[in-house]
Design a protein around this ligand. Structure first.
Ligand SMILES: Cc1cc2nc3c(=O)[nH]c(=O)nc-3n(C[C@H](O)[C@H](O)[C@H](O)COP(=O)(O)OP(=O)(O)OC[C@H]3O[C@@H](n4cnc5c(N)ncnc54)[C@H](O)[C@@H]3O)c2cc1C
Length: 447
């Protein structure tokens, strides 16, 4: 039986970063995945989704400019858009395998399961390790409702060969928001059934309310406080039943999509065999991302669930774990200033604290917020959704939080992330010269 210095379960972002660093230091490394190599972001998440959003952006741009010098009715050809996406995703697994081979990292295909505190089994082979990294990502939270087996996941949505006419999305987070913007612009009639009292609960409520104008314009039927209770198969599709504010309601659909949240994917690991303590479906980890019950095991990224479930966090965790394996437990993850974006068209973005978090921390701060469709950035694009909210600490002048909705929000938020992570002040941002006219050139007016 072969013993590695490090066995990584998963081949996504966290796995790639950690395995490359540990291997570069001369240690022996193996990675294991039961799906094609590359992980969620490249194959089933950020990247393929953003390829489809390029289609939605093109449609949106033409619609905004209609009557302003652009004519014609654009259309999405779904099969072509999916082929465009595949041109990016299809080569990923092979490239990843080649990269591992070039690095001298051994690749195992199959489901990994712990057989002891320092051992796993994969495809009938027992593998031992001095360290094991759980980088298994996240999976959709199982929906315990009748007919749940009829609901497709985001993975399947991103593979659809044709786009059904009537689509129901269950959930109201970023996946529901983004997929509804893609599908509606591709011609589908979309309904969103969201249990909470508003869409995008992790984003600022004022900015989300401005963005909802876009959902209305796209004729996306957003029903909040609607808890899905069952999916019924009908002669020509499905009927999705929900308990809503006005009592029981139902929506006819050709496709029902799970967008109701994700949780660490620990299901198949046999955590007990690995002596891995869990609490509320999460591995119990110390501040070094190490299991509190088995010091040979670390976790990173979505599987660890210590930071927000985002690709840059997985990458950061991968670096932290690699450093702790190589140097001993000296490194803790630092999740200050992690920007988060829902890639609706236009996008909504956020970094740092929101008002309730700042209040809960007892901070003294100034809020600046404005709905700004009259600013040049929005006007030149004929975009009616544009606005911001910033929180600046009194006394230090530090940026505590920034929230932007509208054109280029997804790029401009990165400058606020830089400010928060490196303690730049509002004055630093005001006195920086940004290229004009760009989204960033509005920052001086936002703080
Ligand atoms: C639709 C969608 C859109 C997203 N959009 C964005 C975005 O725009 N920006 C952003 O930052 N983040 C986005 N995310 C989140 C982002 O994709 C994840 O945070 C990130 O990919 C997690 O990386 P990871 O390395 O932790 O795990 P993953 O990349 O999920 O890798 C885990 C791997 O482990 C494998 N695995 C699991 N269990 C086992 C086992 N027992 N044995 C063997 N292999 C196993 C899985 O097959 C998987 O390949 C999105 C996610 C989704 C689903």
């Amino acid at each position: 039986m072969k013993t590695y210095d490090l066995v990584v379960i998963g081949s996504g972002t966290a796995a790639q970063v950690a395995s490359a660093r540990v291997r570069r230091a001369g240690l022996t490394v193996a990675v294991v995945d039961h799906r094609p190599f590359g992980g969620t972001c490249a194959l089933r998440g950020c990247d393929p989704k953003k390829m489809l959003i390029s289609g939605a952006e093109a449609i949106d741009a033409v619609h905004r400019m209609q009557g302003r010098g652009v004519t014609g009715e654009p259309q999405i050809s779904w099969p072509e858009l999916i082929a465009f996406k595949r041109a990016f995703t299809d080569p990923v697994p092979q490239k990843q395998e080649a990269r591992y081979a070039a690095q001298g990292v051994d690749a195992f295909h199959g489901l990994a399961r712990f057989t002891g505190p320092d051992a796993i089994t994969v495809a009938g082979q027992e593998v031992k390790a001095r360290h094991i990294l759980v980088a298994t990502g996240a999976r959709p939270v199982p929906l315990q409702i009748p007919g749940a087996d009829q609901i497709i996941t985001s993975d399947r949505f991103l593979e659809l060969e044709s786009l059904p006419r009537r689509i129901v999305l269950i959930g109201g987070g970023y996946i529901a928001a983004e997929f509804s913007h893609i599908a509606a612009r591709a011609g589908a009639k979309v309904t969103v059934l969201q249990r909470a009292d508003r869409m995008l609960p992790r984003f600022d409520p004022d900015l989300v309310s401005w963005l909802m104008e876009k959902f209305a314009e796209l004729d996306i039927d957003v029903r909040t406080q609607a808890t899905v209770t069952r999916i019924e198969q009908t002669a020509n599709g499905y009927r999705v039943h929900a308990d809503g504010v006005r009592g029981k309601e139902s929506v006819a659909a050709d496709l029902v999509v799970h967008a109701a949240g994700r949780e660490p994917d620990l299901e198949e690991l046999d955590l007990a065999a690995g002596h891995l303590a869990i609490s509320k479906n999460r591995l119990e980890l110390n501040e070094y991302l190490q299991s509190v019950s088995n010091p040979l095991v670390y976790a990173a990224g979505d599987a660890a669930g210590m930071g927000p479930p985002l690709t840059p966090v997985s990458s950061h965790d991968g670096k932290v774990v690699a450093a702790n394996i190589l140097e001993g437990n000296l490194h803790k993850p630092d999740y200050r200033g992690v920007p988060s974006v829902a890639f609706t068209v236009p996008p909504i973005a956020s970094v740092g604290l929101n008002e309730s978090q700042a209040q809960a921390q007892g901070l003294k701060y100034k809020v600046k917020s404005e709905n700004t469709p009259n600013w040049f950035t929005a006007r030149r694009l004929a975009e009616r959704v544009y606005g911001y909210k910033t929180l600046v600490e009194e006394g230090t002048d530090n940026i505590l939080g920034a929230h932007i909705v509208g054109p280029q929000a997804d790029e401009v938020i990165n400058l606020f992330a830089l400010a928060i992570r490196h303690n730049l002040t509002a004055k630093d941002l005001r006195t920086t010269m940004f290229a004009y006219p760009t989204g960033a050139s509005d920052i001086g007016y936002m703080v």
